[in-house]
Design a protein around this ligand. Structure first.
Ligand code: MG
Length: 158
């Protein structure tokens, strides 16, 4: 049986924080604010995985009221989510992530992001797609107030 999952996340852009997307630090004047490392794309991917397996969401698994997750490396949390999903009898077929950001240009980092996610998930980079788009300067992403990420994935029950 195939199961589809969808995840979406938003984090605010602020000064004095690193910009980490799909586990890759992207040089920029602004970074994402959050309890963890605020890796919005990895958060959306984890929610897609959990959604496909009907196992809740990352807010349930890793509450932001829990001090253990302050500054947490989201790639480490992704590994935990993958282990949980596998323990419930699912394997990932593919995942597709879209990052909505006006700046910076993400194309030079896309392949590194795919490799980083695939490594954490124990799959091939060919199973992981990462795309980036702007909003033509419209909305909060366009005004560079925040970054949105969407993810979908397909799990197969084994
Ligand atoms: Mg988040």
């Amino acid at each position: 049986m195939m199961r589809i999952g969808h995840g979406m996340d938003v984090h605010r852009l602020v000064e004095g924080r690193k910009l980490i997307l799909c586990g890759v630090e992207v040089p920029h004047t602004l970074g994402l604010l959050g309890h963890s490392d605020a890796d919005v794309a990895t958060h959306a991917l984890m929610d897609a995985m959990l959604g496909a397996a009907a196992l809740g969401d990352i807010g349930k698994l890793f509450p932001d009221t829990d001090e253990r997750y302050r500054g947490a490396d989201s790639i480490g949390l992704l590994g935990e989510v993958c282990a949980l999903v596998r323990a419930h009898g699912f394997v990932l077929q593919n995942a597709d992530i879209t990052i909505v950001a006006q700046k910076p240009k993400l194309r030079p980092y896309i392949d590194a992001m795919r490799e980083r996610l695939a490594g954490a998930m124990g799959v091939c980079a060919g199973q992981i797609s990462v795309k980036a788009t702007t909003t033509e300067a419209l909305g909060f992403e366009g005004e560079q107030l925040g970054i949105t990420a969407h993810a979908v994935c397909l799990l197969e029950s084994v």
